[in-house]
Design a protein. Structure first.
Length: 394
């Protein structure tokens, strides 16, 4: 008898369940609306799906999840989902000829499989980050993107790239206003109190898939699943991916469930042309948050976050009343975000479809995910790991 790995068993559980009865067809809307479906109606799927459903150019037609309670939550929380057709097998949703686009918000290890199938079905795709949980998965997604219809938009949930404030900060960098950039930092510091115990309310056959984020095999671990946002921004502003990485980290608190090997880590990335990037990440901070990026140049510094950007320059020459007075006086410009930047990403996705101006984020998303995997490997191996070594690992 063939041996089935735990990974294949989980993938099968997430893919091979029977279809639910169809619901009433969505009410009348303009025929020009972009019909979309949601694959994965967990917390993120419902959140992003709600923003999509509120876009006047979109129409929610179908939803899919392997767990009936997740479908029920979507029907009560996502506008229009109560009238959408509901499926338990993502392949049945993708077979619907009236679905133009899909949101993929499934566990990370399934992103390559679901992206590949959606691309083969000729759909516009908005896939949540990251691009995969391991090198093999990311390579699979990249191959699927290369074969995809060039008339289709392939977007990913790296929302910073669509934020007006991030774009303004990037423009300041490109115009040379901070001089040559030599150092980049990403801070991903947040979390509640450390968990002391864990009890799942789900049956054993569902438990691990329900709590996928706690398992490296399914999520990629904290560096890949959580910190990839900041690393994507570093790669974007650098217009490059790193050559190598070294890293340290460990556990401040015991893990009551799952297999995380670190809840804090610092990773140092070497980029081309002498540029250095740092990732500083700390989990379980008892509610304290410091999530931002900083970019240092010879003439100034940029700081970006989901809610603002700041541009700093040389401090004007003036006598200081106290040599220990370290208050910052260098701010040149600041702008605050007008709305949650996921809305900017969703709006750009539907704009590209409606205006017939497709774009693909697949390579950038893949390289940012691989950058996170490179950092994870550097931490695990306790030595420098090159990009080439990482790519050869699968």
């Amino acid at each position: 008898m063939a041996v089935i790995s735990r990974r294949r068993a989980l993938a099968g559980a997430a893919a091979n369940l029977m279809i639910l009865p169809s619901e009433t067809v969505f009410g009348s809307q303009a025929n020009s609306a972009v019909s979309f479906g949601i694959i994965g109606t967990g917390g993120r799927g419902r959140y992003v799906g709600t923003h999509m459903a509120r876009d006047p150019r979109a129409r929610l037609t179908a939803i899919c999840d392997v767990f009936p309670d997740r479908i029920d939550l979507a029907k009560t929380q996502v506008p229009g989902a109560d009238k959408a057709r509901a499926f338990r097998d993502y392949r049945d949703l993708l077979a619907q000829s009236d679905v133009d686009a899909v949101l993929i918000a499934t566990p990370v290890f399934l992103h390559p499989e679901h992206f590949e199938a959606a691309a083969a079905a000729g759909k516009h795709i908005y896939c949540e980050k990251p691009a995969g949980a391991d090198v093999a998965g990311v390579k699979r997604l990249m191959r699927a993107a290369e074969k995809a219809d060039r008339s289709k938009t392939l977007a990913f949930g790296f929302q910073q790239r669509f934020s007006p404030e991030y774009l303004a900060a990037e423009r300041i960098l490109r115009e040379g206003k901070i001089g040559k950039m030599t150092l980049m930092l990403s801070y991903w510091i947040l979390g509640g109190p450390p968990p002391e115990r864990f009890e799942s309310k789900y049956p054993p056959e569902e438990e691990k898939l329900r709590h996928w984020a706690r398992w490296t095999e399914l999520s990629g671990g904290p560096i890949v699943e959580q910190d990839c946002h900041g690393l994507d921004t570093l790669n974007w502003f650098a217009r490059a991916r790193p050559l190598s990485a070294v890293g340290r980290g460990g556990l401040r608190y015991p893990v009551p469930y799952g297999d995380w090997t670190s809840d804090h880590h610092d990773i140092i990335y070497t980029y081309p042309d002498g540029l250095t990037g740092w990732l500083l990440s700390i989990k379980f901070t008892a509610g304290y948050r410091d999530v931002k990026e900083q970019f240092y140049g010879s003439k100034g510094m940029l700081e970006t976050a989901r809610t603002y950007y700041k541009w700093h320059g040389p401090i004007p020459t003036s006598p200081l009343t106290n040599a220990d007075d370290l208050r910052d006086r260098s701010l040149i410009e600041r702008a605050d975000s007008k709305r949650e930047i996921t809305i900017d990403a969703v709006e750009a996705f539907f704009t590209s479809i409606v205006e017939g101006k497709p774009f693909s984020m697949a390579r950038d998303a893949a390289e940012s995910t691989l950058t996170a995997i490179l950092g994870r490997m550097a931490h695990e191996y306790r030595r420098e790991v090159t990009w080439e070594e990482m790519m050869r690992s699968a």
